[in-house]
Design a protein around this ligand. Structure first.
Ligand code: ADP
Length: 309
């Protein structure tokens, strides 16, 4: 099965507020509440693709219980480590008139040293059941910054491909653990190398630097411009058709789920890239974040043009 790791999950609550104004009170309909965190988006998409998936990470307090109940209600298997802190809540105020989105994102709980140790053991135990591991998103306070690096080392010893999608310091340190694949977007790659990347050549150079550190594949996602897969031996470019997009939030998570699914199915690397792009596109045409229809994905795959560079 595919094991997904969400170290800093959240309850995402969004409100529709017409004419949202700072410093004013607004009467609103009940917020739309979802179990959030990039890893949970990945898990939902894997489930929509009919993959067997197990979600893990850290959950605590009544918000943590709400997330567990929510996962139960959609039959997503989970085995989180219970922590003493309260899982965070993130709020988004969407103003459909102004077209703005104002967000408040809690930092989340602080993880104790003892909880870190317990999670390490828990993770090692769950890896015994996994044939692919995916870790997504930020790390909560208290989690040692090289934790993704450690996960890379643990999974390599067990010969399990490790797919990592994070940013900032967590990505920089995570790369040192030589994950099988990372999925930066342009902004994350730029932040990693610490300079502007003004053309494709510069992006490829940056991705190659990462491959030279022992990462097998850098899946560079480029939004509506498709993606480039830089491997140790070859580079593939995926071009996608123009389409009417409803909500591209979660497209990167859907793409990563698609890549994991393709690897598990044993697709060729070129078909895996096309399939991953199609999953990102299939999410972008839906209103819901982290949602794809498998039939739509299958229709989109042949529309992705993959060429070697
Ligand atoms: P992230 O959400 O991590 O920033 P991207 O925005 O690059 O990731 O999206 C991942 C993939 O989803 C893209 O490579 C593409 O296949 C698809 N996608 C994203 N945005 C669009 C869009 N506007 N139109 C068509 N496909 C999109």
């Amino acid at each position: 099965m595919i094991l997904t790791v969400t170290l800093n999950p959240a309850i995402d609550v969004s409100y529709h507020v017409q004419h949202f104004q700072i410093g004013h009170g607004h009467r609103v309909e009940n917020g739309n509440k979802t179990a959030g965190g990039k890893g949970l988006n990945v898990s939902r998409v894997l489930q929509q693709l009919n993959s067997e998936v197990l979600c893990t990470g850290l959950l605590g307090g009544s918000t943590g219980t709400w997330i567990k109940n929510q996962l139960d209600s959609v039959n997503l298997m989970h085995d989180f480590l219970e922590i003493t802190g309260e899982t965070r809540t993130c709020l988004a105020m969407l103003d459909p008139i102004a077209g703005t989105q104002t967000e408040l994102m809690e930092r989340g709980p602080t993880i104790s040293k003892e909880e870190v140790e317990r999670f390490r053991d828990h993770f090692k135990h769950l890896c015994q059941k996994a044939n692919i591991v995916i870790a997504s998103g930020s790390m909560p306070k208290g989690m040692p910054s090289p934790f993704y690096q450690e996960m890379g080392e643990i999974t390599r010893e067990l010969h399990i491909p490790f797919l990592l999608d994070t940013s900032g310091n967590a990505l920089t340190e995570g790369i040192e653990g030589r994950p099988f694949l990372i999925k930066p977007n342009e902004m994350e790659l730029r932040a990693y190398v610490g300079r502007e990347l003004s053309n494709e050549e510069e992006m490829l150079e940056a991705a190659k630097i990462i491959c030279n550190k022992g990462v097998q594949y850098v899946l560079l996602s480029l939004g509506s411009k498709g993606a480039i897969l830089v491997g140790q031996e070859n580079i593939l470019k995926a071009e996608i058709p123009e389409m009417e997009v409803k909500n591209p939030v979660g497209s990167g998570d859907s793409m990563l789920a698609g890549m994991a699914y393709a690897l598990q199915q044993g697709f060729s690397i070129s078909k895996s890239l096309a399939f991953a792009c199609a999953c990102g596109m299939a999410n972008a045409v839906e209103e819901q974040t982290g949602y794809v229809e498998k039939v739509v994905v299958e229709k989109l795959v042949p529309q992705v043009k993959v060429t070697p560079l």
